[in-house]
Design a protein around this ligand. Structure first.
Ligand code: ZN
Length: 436
């Protein structure tokens, strides 16, 4: 990332104002990104608000302008400022164990968990755990972890976990998307989220109005985003309301013709194709794509299908990334963050099916109360990122201090060059080690 980009982030205490300024200034000097008149007007408004009020930001303003000018003069090309857009992807309940160790031979060779053992071994087996992991997630290992950064390989001193006390999906996604742990979010019930997602917060800012969206396989997401209150565009589980073009019309027909494999979760292929179509047409600045098959196949006890779904999702993520790099405005100007909502058990072996904290056994997860300590290890997650504004550190060792899922929200905001504290002072701090 260029100097002006990190400078912009350091100055982000003045967040929205500085962002508006830098965006507008970059537009003035010919940056070929998604600058529009709205944001330039935001800059003018911010400038008039500033006059005579904040002396410190004024000097910051001059510094930003100088950096922009220097970047322009010295490089003779466009100036990139942080990430202009961010895409967040989640894989529901995909264990860090498979991500970093690959196929678990105990589960793959167990007749009760894997019907397609020879095919699993043919595709994903290698004696070396690192190579096994690469066979399962070739894009994540060869590209994201090589060019970007990742946290969560506990075998190598890198730890990520949820901050919420429950270890299941709604609390996990709420934490990721809002940056806030609200312990009253203690079920997966379809209750409108009292907290505000990054989408909802950004929709209140010039330059982001109508520029956020979410696509998900699970039907609870309209409640996690509280669409009634937020008005955020969310497509989850259902076909598109207003399909445009042959691809979306065909997808909608297939959506009706192919029954979903679960009552509340559709095939990820629909989520993926709808999201890609929307990305190309609407060019959102914050896009969330939530794949769900991994968790449901795991709950079904189908380890083979869990791994095939994981491998498909790796391919989906690769396609999202290549699509972003094929579109001017997104190319070299977008950050991609990938994470999970919770982990799963490891010992005893059958706990790979589940996830729940000990505390949740008294409430929503009472059906698992025979596991008297809860599902041990199911708080474990992983967080990866690549692209503009992301450090190229590979695996980040955290030692005892785990990274929290609640830090993802403010990390997205920081990547966009805005100040998370200005959006919501309750947000957990960003994952500074992931940032360039
Ligand atoms: Zn689950």
């Amino acid at each position: 990332m260029s100097a002006p980009a990190s400078a912009s982030r350091r100055l982000s205490a003045h967040g929205i104002f500085i962002d508006a300024l830098t965006e507008a200034a970059a537009g003035l000097i010919g940056r070929s990104s998604m600058i529009d008149k709205t944001r330039f007007l935001a800059f003018l408004r911010a400038r008039s608000l500033m006059q005579g009020r904040w002396p410190a930001p004024l000097s910051a303003l001059r510094r930003v302008s100088l950096w922009l000018l220097l970047g322009w003069v010295s490089s003779g090309q466009q100036v990139v400022i942080g990430a202009d857009s961010v895409v967040l992807i989640t894989l529901d309940g995909l264990r860090w164990q498979e991500l970093f160790r690959g196929l678990d031979s105990r589960l793959a060779s167990d007749d009760s968990y894997s019907a397609q053992q020879s095919e699993l071994m043919r595709q994903f087996w290698d004696d070396d755990p690192a190579e096994r992991a690469r066979l399962l997630f070739p894009f994540l290992h060869d590209t994201v972890f090589e060019q970007g950064s990742v946290i969560g390989n506990r075998d190598r001193g890198s730890c990520a976990r949820v901050a919420n006390p429950w270890y299941f999906s709604y609390p996990g996604y709420s934490e990721i998307l809002t940056g806030v742990v609200n312990e009253t979010i203690n079920s997966n019930s379809k209750i409108p989220n009292p907290e505000r997602t990054v989408h909802e917060l950004l929709e209140g800012i010039d330059g982001f109005v109508g520029r956020t969206a979410a696509f998900a396989s699970w039907d609870v997401f309209p409640f996690i985003f509280n669409v009634e209150r937020s008005g955020v565009y969310v497509n989850a589980f259902e076909p598109l309301n207003a399909p445009e073009g042959m691809e979306e019309i065909t997808l909608n027909r297939l959506h009706s013709d192919i029954p979903p494999p679960w009552p509340t979760v559709r095939n990820d292929a629909f989520t993926h194709r709808y999201a890609l179509s929307y990305l190309r047409r609407e060019q959102p600045r914050l896009l969330f794509i939530s794949y769900g098959e991994t968790d449901d196949f795991a709950h079904d006890g189908k380890y083979d299908e869990y791994l095939f779904a994981a491998n498909r999702t790796d391919r989906f993520i690769e396609e999202v990334w290549h699509t972003l790099q094929s579109i001017p405005g997104y190319r070299d100007n977008t950050a991609l963050v990938i994470t999970v909502d919770h982990g799963r058990g490891e010992e005893p072996i059958e706990t790979w099916l589940h996830h729940a904290s000990k505390r949740s056994l008294d409430g929503y997860m009472s059906s698992l109360s025979h596991f008297t300590e809860g599902i041990i290890g199911s708080e474990g997650t992983w967080i990866a990122a690549i692209g503009s504004g992301v450090a190229g550190k590979g695996l980040i060792v955290t030692e005892e201090q785990c990274a929290f899922s609640s830090q993802v929200a403010s990390t997205l905001v920081e990547l966009l060059g805005l100040d998370p504290q200005a959006l919501n002072p309750e947000m957990a701090p960003p994952l500074s080690e992931l940032l360039d």
